[in-house]
Every structure is written in structure tokens, then in C-alpha cells.
Design a protein around this ligand. Structure first.
Ligand SMILES: [Zn+2]
Length: 391
């Protein structure tokens, strides 16, 4: 019983250490270091965060790759009595886009309780909240039974290269669960869809557009194929309790050289989101069937879906902590987007929980922002989850 008492006191001390001003300032610094992918350039941001950790007495490991790309691994070592916990966040963002913003996208303007900027939601808000939680734990002399590992990656918005490298290089051995801070409006996500990306190419025969009967128009071929896909691709047979059914959409289409030449090639990239239990290779076969002779179909990438058992310790703990901090009831939910969890949870075979401060709908939008109140709540949630999972 004496232990329980001390436990509660410790947690109060931890929560009292959270300073809104500090996490706001950190997030503003993080947004102002542009890390748009492509090309990424996450190295400068990784260096700044490494400095922040070093000043708190931690020993971050900066793993530099290629041109200006980097992962950052920072560990609070445990005694080895319990499996470790990964704090997962990515450092890259999508481009700011062409639409004018209310505030310049890299200004990190604080306005009416929200911080605006590219990445504020996806996911520099989560990244800053996890960094702040690590630093508070380090300053408090946190000595856990399992390692707390902050795994900050590059290239999540595209190919998940950073996460793949961390797993391949063995930096995350011994972890028992991964906590991700992608936008969730502080809901608890335990499942995500898999993403299947395909490149389709129609070949035709060129000619002068005044005599279309002599050529074979690749754009027409492609559009007929895409309409067939939309009408006939039968992928919503599986209904997942948290994720619903699979979806299909076209992301890009390119073809033709000029108005008076019959196009001899047309390429389209399609995005299919599958739920656990669906075989992506079956889906590729279905797409190829609908493509027929005139269109070739090539795999660009497959990111596996993720699903954690709602009865695992980390999920139950996450639900309890989020309810405590937000004062609102929570149940496990699923999300259609993919995260580094597609690599970390599946390859390390550990459960994943995703709790992030930003609104799910903010991702990749102009005027992207995060609410300061939720940002602070996220720091508190991460502190309590780490403390309870690792001690
Ligand atoms: Zn993201």
C-alpha cells in the first residue's frame, strides 16, 4: 500500500511539471524548421531535437543517411525487467500546397489557442509532445524497468523508409509496444487500414488527331479502365468492426503531349485501402482482370494494415489514461490512414496504439493547426502511459 501511495504522488509531480509555455515554444521551433517531403531534409530538425534531449541529460543517437535525411533514437534505459515502449513520431511533412494560408505555413503562429503551420497536426504536434514528455521524465530521474525509446523517423509521409531502417538496423529490439502520436483528436486508435498503391499504364498508337481512327488513344483506354474499376472492383466484401470496408481512389493521371497528337501512353496511380484479413495479391489479380489486354498494372508499394488486440495491456492502459486526462469516455477505434505502425507493429510483432493531439481531419490541409489545450493533454497522457507501462 505504501507503494501505491508513492505512485500517486509521483504522478502528480509528473503532471505538475508540464509547462504549456515550454511545449508551445518547442512546437514552434519544430514547425519553423521546414522538413517538407520530398525532399525531406529532416536532418536539421533531428539535430535540433537531439540538442533538446542532450540538454536534459539524455544521449540521443543521430542516424544520418543519404542527403540530409536522418532518424533520431533517444533512450531512457530500463533495468530490463520489462519490455520497452516506443514513442513513435515522424519528422517529415507533406508540402504546404498552392492555396494561400491564413498565416505563412512555417511561421508557427499562435492564434486563439491554436498553433498554425505545416505539420502542426501531422505530426509535429505529436512529435513535440513526445519530446517534452521524454525530457520531463529524464529531468525527474525516471528509472524504468523497460527502455523508453523515442523513435523519430524520416520519410513517413511517403515510403516509411525511416521506420524500415530502424527495424532493419535493430534499434528497437526488446520493445513490447509502440505508441504513435499521429492526429487522433486524443481518441485511441488501435487499428489502421493497409495501403496498396498501383501504377497502371495504357499503351496506344499515336497519329494525327484529325484522323483518330488511324491511331489508338491511350487516354480513352485508361479512362474506360478506371470507370470499370470504379464500377466493378469488388473489394468491400470484408467488413471490419473498427475500420469498415476497403476503399479505392485514383491519385494521379498523366498522358498526352499536345492537343493535336493522339496520345500513345497514359499512366494512372491508384490507391486502395484494405482492412485486415484481405489479401492484397488477390486484389491485384482482380485489378489486372479488369485491366484486360490494353493496360498493365504494376505494384508501387504495399503497407500492411495494423490491428492490436483490444485486450492487451497497452490498449487498456491507454484507454484508462486518456479517460483520466480528458475526462471523456474512450473506446478503441480504427483509422483509414497508415502510419509508421505499419512497419513497427507488424515487423516487431508488437501492439500499436495511436493517440495524437491534433484533429484527424487536419491532416494535409491548408491552415493546419493543433489546439494548445490538447497538446498539453497529450504530454500528460504520454507521461502517464510511459510511467505505468514501464514501472
Ligand atoms: Zn503523419
Amino acid at each position: 500500500m505504501a507503494n501505491t501511495k508513492r505512485y500517486v504522488l509521483d504522478e502528480k509531480g509528473l503532471l505538475d511539471s508540464v509547462r504549456e509555455e515550454s511545449v508551445v515554444k518547442l512546437l514552434q521551433k519544430v514547425i519553423r524548421i521546414e522538413s517538407t517531403n520530398p525532399p525531406g531534409n529532416e536532418l536539421d530538425l533531428a539535430k535540433m531535437l537531439a540538442d533538446y534531449f542532450t540538454r536534459a541529460g539524455l544521449g540521443p543517437e543521430l542516424l544520418e543517411y543519404e542527403v540530409k535525411r536522418a532518424n533520431l533514437i533517444t533512450r531512457i534505459p530500463g533495468t530490463g525487467e520489462r519490455p520497452g515502449l516506443i514513442f513513435s513520431a515522424h519528422m517529415d511533412t507533406v508540402p504546404a500546397g498552392e492555396v494561400p494560408w491564413m498565416f505563412p505555413p512555417f511561421s508557427a503562429t499562435l492564434h486563439e489557442g491554436r498553433i498554425y503551420g505545416r505539420g502542426a497536426a501531422d505530426m509535429k504536434g505529436g512529435l513535440a509532445a513526445m519530446t517534452e514528455a521524454m525530457v520531463i521524465l529524464a529531468r525527474k530521474g525516471f528509472s524504468p524497468k523497460g527502455d523508453l525509446i523515442a523513435a523519430f523517423t524520416y520519410d513517413e509521409t511517403h515510403g516509411l523508409q525511416g521506420a524500415k531502417r530502424l527495424v532493419e538496423e535493430g534499434h528497437l529490439e526488446g520493445a513490447g509496444a509502440v505508441l504513435i502520436s499521429e492526429p487522433s483528436t486524443l481518441e485511441v486508435f488501435v487499428a489502421e487500414k493497409g495501403a496498396l498503391w498501383l501504377r497502371c499504364r495504357a499503351e496506344g498508337r499515336t497519329g494525327h488527331t484529325s484522323m483518330p481512327h488511324l491511331g489508338q488513344n491511350a487516354i480513352f483506354e485508361m479512362t474506360r479502365f478506371l470507370c470499370r474499376l470504379e464500377a466493378e472492383l469488388d473489394i468491400s466484401t470484408h467488413e471490419h468492426s473498427l475500420l469498415g470496408t476497403a476503399t479505392f481512389t485514383v491519385g494521379t493521371i498523366q498522358g498526352g503531349v499536345t492537343i493535336n497528337v493522339i496520345p500513345d501512353a497514359c499512366e494512372a496511380e491508384i490507391d486502395i485501402r484494405l482492412v485486415p484479413g484481405q489479401d492484397y495479391q488477390d486484389v491485384i489479380l482482380k485489378v489486372r482482370d479488369l485491366a484486360g489486354e490494353g493496360v498493365s498494372v504494376e505494384l508501387i508499394d504495399w503497407k500492411e494494415p495494423v490491428e492490436s488486440d483490444s485486450e492487451t495491456d497497452i490498449v487498456k492502459l491507454a484507454l484508462a489514461v486518456v479517460q483520466e486526462i480528458t475526462g471523456q469516455p474512450r473506446s478503441p477505434k480504427g483509422v483509414a490512414y497508415y502510419t509508421d505502425g505499419a512497419i513497427l507493429a507488424n515487423r516487431l510483432q508488437i501492439p500499436m496504439v495511436n493517440i495524437g493531439p491534433a484533429d484527424t481531419g487536419m491532416t494535409h490541409q491548408p491552415n493546419e493547426n493543433v489546439e494548445v489545450e490538447r497538446l498539453v493533454q497529450a504530454v500528460k497522457i504520454f507521461l502517464l502511459i510511459a510511467n505505468r507501462y514501464l514501472t
